[in-house]
Design a protein around this ligand. Structure first.
Ligand SMILES: *[C@@H]1O[C@H](CO)[C@@H](O)[C@H](O)[C@H]1NC(C)=O
Ligand SMILES: *[C@@H]1O[C@H](CO)[C@@H](O)[C@H](O)[C@H]1NC(C)=O
Ligand SMILES: *[C@@H]1O[C@H](CO)[C@@H](O)[C@H](O)[C@H]1NC(C)=O
Ligand SMILES: *[C@@H]1O[C@H](CO)[C@@H](O)[C@H](O)[C@H]1NC(C)=O
Ligand SMILES: *[C@@H]1O[C@H](CO)[C@@H](O)[C@H](O)[C@H]1NC(C)=O
Length: 481
């Protein structure tokens, strides 16, 4: 079977060039050309690794007619290609077509590449979805106690995984899952579109993800992760369709993404109550850059609510949100434990918002009844600067925890234009401590103004994180028909 595959259609010929990512224009990275329709197809994109071996899903009996179920073809393809892990790695190409599939598992030193007109259609047959254990840092599933349906694309204990394309599509066909959720008919927690666990060196780029049953991209207990050039679309009232959720991950970059969803566009997490405290794995060294978000009922960036393993060193830059509930929101509560500290936000452009800044110290939703009432979260060192917001109902709602104030809040160079029907008092502040400079409308008394000459005072680190120093390679393939 395997040798046969090599002889058939998709043979890899050409060169693999190495170039710095800075030399690549965004569109350039996705370009592919059909030079001569009768013989070959040239593919070029940038990636953390290029592969020595390529195959097409059609080599494994895949049929892209939107009706044939391809779960076995995909799993067989990955299993066969995994044999190349120590021989230059492999790439599975999904050509134009509609590829109906259930969940399949990924492997190391592996690239899944979607052609621009390729659509992975998630099966709506619930039997196609295996049930796996809850995450150890959560103890429970999010929708129901106990197990959870495995994600459409799943990987665990891997290294060097790429999921990319020319803006090809992964369609979760989530409608049936949303209905089951609303009618409380779910036995297990809904599947995500992509989940990678206990892994490192991950790239997820240049794809469109639509109608996920629940969260879209969930890297967990992983490191060295790039999520770039992703479009995520879901109805704004669809339940829990979070965009990108880094969860107990370190050294990660989320860059150039466009997200319209029914929940937080980016939600930074690290486990739930006593389970997250015990697991003790923070999310740290996270960059979020050039995010555009539309989420009328949620935040552009949320930190929490599951933050019990801690969140530290988050750098958000050039964030745009339109018709979104809040800009950056911290969600926590008594029982969560953990910490959120050293958060830096620089440059937000916001239109039509309920709150620009929101911190919630009484977020409920416990995993079970065994949470520790003495487990208080530490929220400290939260910096916001250079924000322009228009048509805002309330500037800020900052609510710490009584006896456990949120401290070291710094807000500078912020201009908020209130909506015609804005609330009378633009700021509400309780159990918080911090300072401000150059903020309009004038902040609450708990955030004293340091004077107009201090507008640059809220810090933003200047040294690079390791993830910004990764050199992308230019991968070129000539694929023969
Ligand atoms: C995929 O991985 C999960 C978790 O390790 C496992 O339960 C499942 O059986 C795997 N699926 C296949 C088809 O191997
Ligand atoms: C995956 O890695 C985790 C963390 O290192 C480990 O606890 C687990 O046993 C590993 N699982 C497998 C299937 O190797
Ligand atoms: C990718 O596809 C989506 C959905 O069709 C579209 O909105 C977006 O502009 C495309 N992105 C790129 C970079 O072509
Ligand atoms: C301002 O926000 C309100 C909702 O608060 C919305 O109905 C209205 O369309 C927005 N106006 C503009 C000009 O965006
Ligand atoms: C204040 O913020 C605006 C953008 O919101 C930026 O253009 C300007 O340079 C900032 N001013 C200072 C002093 O940093």
């Amino acid at each position: 079977m395997f040798l046969q595959m090599e002889k058939t259609s998709w043979l890899l010929v050409v060169v693999v060039g190495v170039v710095l990512i800075s030399l690549l224009g965004g569109a350039e990275g996705r370009k592919s050309r059909i030079l001569d329709e009768s013989s070959y197809y040239d593919l070029e994109y940038s990636a953390i690794s290029c592969r020595a071996h390529s195959a097409s899903i059609t080599d494994f009996g895949g049929v892209g007619d939107g009706k044939t179920l391809n779960t076995k073809a995909f799993q067989e393809a990955v299993n066969q290609l995994s044999k190349y892990a120590s021989d230059g790695g492999s790439q599975l190409i999904v050509p134009a077509g509609q590829w109906l599939t259930g969940s399949f598992n990924l492997t190391s030193h592996f690239t899944l590449f979607l052609h621009k007109d390729a659509v992975l259609l998630a099966s709506q047959d619930i039997n196609e979805w295996a049930v796996i254990d809850p995450l150890p840092s959560y103890g429970h599933g999010r929708d129901a106690a106990g197990g959870r349906y495995i994600s459409l694309l799943f990987g665990t204990n891997l290294t060097d995984i790429i999921i990319t394309g020319e803006n090809g599509t992964i369609d979760g066909q989530g409608e049936i899952w949303w209905q089951k959720f609303h009618s409380k008919k779910l036995k297990y927690t809904r599947p995500y579109l992509i989940e990678i666990m206990h892994s490192d060196n991950i790239q997820i780029s240049d794809l469109t993800l639509v109608n996920s049953p629940s969260w879209n991209i969930h890297p967990v207990y992983s490191s060295n992760i790039i999520v770039q050039g992703i479009t995520i679309l879901a109805p704004v009232k669809s339940p829990n369709t979070d965009g990108i959720n880094p969860d107990s991950c370190t050294n990660m970059k989320i860059e150039d993404n466009y997200i319209v969803s029914g929940d937080d566009c980016v939600a930074v997490k690290s486990g739930w109550d006593e389970y997250g405290i015990n697991y003790g794995m923070p999310t740290s060294q996270l960059i979020i850059r050039r995010l555009t978000c539309i989420s009328p009922y949620s935040a552009a960036i949320a930190l929490g609510s599951e933050m019990s393993g801690g969140i530290q060193d988050v750098r958000a830059e050039d964030i745009t949100a339109i018709n979104t509930e809040s800009g950056v929101r911290i969600k926590t509560g008594v029982g969560r434990g953990g910490f959120v500290k050293d958060v830096y936000v620089k440059g937000m452009t916001l239109h039509t918002m309920k709150w620009v800044f929101w911190m919630t110290g009484n977020y409920g939703q416990h995993a079970d009844t065994h949470w520790d009432p003495n487990a208080l979260p530490e929220i400290k060192g939260i910096n916001y600067r250079d924000v322009v917001a228009e048509n805002v109902s309330m500037a800020a709602r900052l609510e710490g925890i009584s006896g456990d104030p949120f401290t070291g809040i710094c807000i500078s160079n912020v201009t908020i234009s209130m909506a015609k029907k804005a609330k009378k008092y633009p700021w509400t502040c309780t159990d918080i401590e911090g300072i401000t400079s150059g903020v309009q409308p004038p902040p609450c008394q708990l955030l004293p103004d340091q004077g107009p000459e201090k507008t640059e005072m809220c810090s933003f680190p200047t040294e690079n994180l390791a993830i910004d120093n990764i050199e992308m390679q230019r991968c070129s393939y000539r694929l023969n028909y």
